[in-house]
Design a protein around this ligand. Structure first.
Ligand code: PLP
Length: 400
């Protein structure tokens, strides 16, 4: 098999606009005409490849982006959605119904956690939250009703690494679908090559990269994506989290520079993580030898894209974390904002923001401390200059 390189797979796609444009035309229609009534009927029945019915089901612009994302993740196809949550919730609801059970990592995005903990039980779906790095604990949580094993490649916000190859063995043994949210590690990790069945992204983050839209995608087999879009029983078709064509066209244009951006984000984050660890700060970055899953992650990544752009620093207390973030923003070192993958550094205290859905005692149990700052490191051209400026802020606040 030729070496799998996700960025080359995107590069190898070729599109022509309907007037020969180098960008495909944006499909600005919610509905589509048919030359014969019979073709319309067949399309409803799902029997007409290449015909469009209604844009909640599919549209040419969304299919272009689907294709690029499927090429990146090495899946047969994909289905874009209006947000990451608009990909996660229909995927899980398609896989599970009343009486079914999910085993999920406990360190996942707060919205996903809240959905599994508070909302899915209303549909009769229960979830066991586990430490995903402990494979024996994961396996012990599986019951005869378990249908799905769910994790994030690199978890939000603690940057724990899921050993996808080993989790996939467990999933296969128990006939579960392994669903992996790869939002923090596009290009760096290709979960399907390690045995994942379904890969999800919030496109809002690195893939779009310009913090101007929300979006999501489910990358999977033809059969699964067709089931999501089924007019009678598909969770995406019926719940309706459809991405707008204008947006999918703009996300696709941004995606073309993803490989360059990921390399720079990884380079910058790795540089800062090494420096701050040497300075004595409690630093978590999967590229550091001190990260508990460093070796596993090093064996999982497509090396040229590095260990990613996310790192955390623990500055001791929430008051210090807040003061540091405000000072860094005032020095134009980035923004005190949630989300990730922007060209500027973004920082937030997860305990009071993106993970605030997780009850305090559970935050303590999983090691989510008060003074933790999550950084999405930007594309800064001179990262040594950034380091010196961040260091000066820390010294001013007696953190260093
Ligand atoms: N998955 C991860 C890992 C996230 O960090 C987020 C959002 O922060 C989501 C999913 C949800 O994505 P969206 O905000 O696009 O719905």
């Amino acid at each position: 098999m030729k070496n799998f390189n996700p960025a080359d797979n995107i590069q190898d796609l070729q599109y022509f606009g309907e007037f020969g444009g180098v960008n495909p035309s944006i499909s600005d229609s919610s509905t589509y005409t048919f030359l014969s009534a019979k073709t319309m009927f067949d399309t409803f029945e799902g029997n007409m490849e290449g015909c469009y019915l209604y844009s909640r089901h599919s549209s040419p612009s969304n299919l272009y982006l689907d294709k690029a994302l499927a090429a990146m993740e090495g899946t047969e196809t994909a289905n874009v959605s209006a947000s990451g949550m608009g990909a996660i919730t229909p995927t899980l609801l398609q896989l599970c119904g009343t009486g079914d059970h999910i085993v999920s990592s406990r360190t996942i995005y707060g919205g996903t956690y809240a959905f599994l903990k508070n909302f899915a039980p209303r549909m009769g779906i229960k979830t066991a939250f586990v430490d995903i790095t402990k494979l024996d604990v994961v396996e012990a949580a599986i019951t005869p009703s378990t249908k799905v094993l769910y994790c994030e490649t690199v978890s939000n916000p603690l940057l724990e690494v899921a050993d996808i190859a080993e989790l996939s063995k467990i999933a296969k043994k128990h006939n579960l679908t392994l669903v992996v949210d790869n939002t923090f590690s596009p290009l760096s990790v290709t979960p399907t090559k390690l045995g994942a069945d379904i890969v999800i992204h919030s496109l809002t983050k690195y893939i779009n990269g310009s913090s101007d839209t929300v979006g999501g995608v489910t990358c999977a087999s033809h059969d699964f994506i067709n089931s999501l879009k089924d007019v009678n029983s598909g969770a995406s078709m019926l719940l309706g989290p459809t991405m707008d064509s204008m947006r999918s066209a703009s996300v696709m244009k941004n995606m073309r520079t993803l490989h360059l951006r990921v390399k720079q984000h990884s380079h910058n984050a790795s540089y800062l993580a090494e420096r701050f660890e040497k300075d004595g700060l409690k630093t978590v970055y999967p590229g550091l030898a001190s990260h508990p899953s460093h070796k596993i992650y090093a064996s999982m990544i497509n090396p040229e894209y590095g260990f990613g752009g996310m790192m955390t620093l623990d500055v001791g207390s929430l008051a210090k974390a807040n003061a540091l973030m405000e000072l860094m923003q005032s020095k134009n070192l980035g923004y005190l904002a949630v989300s990730l993958g922007f060209y500027k550094t973004l920082f937030s205290a997860p305990g009071t923001s993106t993970s605030s859905e997780i009850p305090m005692e559970e935050q303590v149990e999983m090691g989510l401390t008060d003074g933790l700052i999550r950084f999405s490191i930007g594309l800064d051209n001179d990262i040594e200059r950034t380091y010196q400026m961040m260091r000066a802020c820390m010294q001013e606040l007696a953190i260093l």
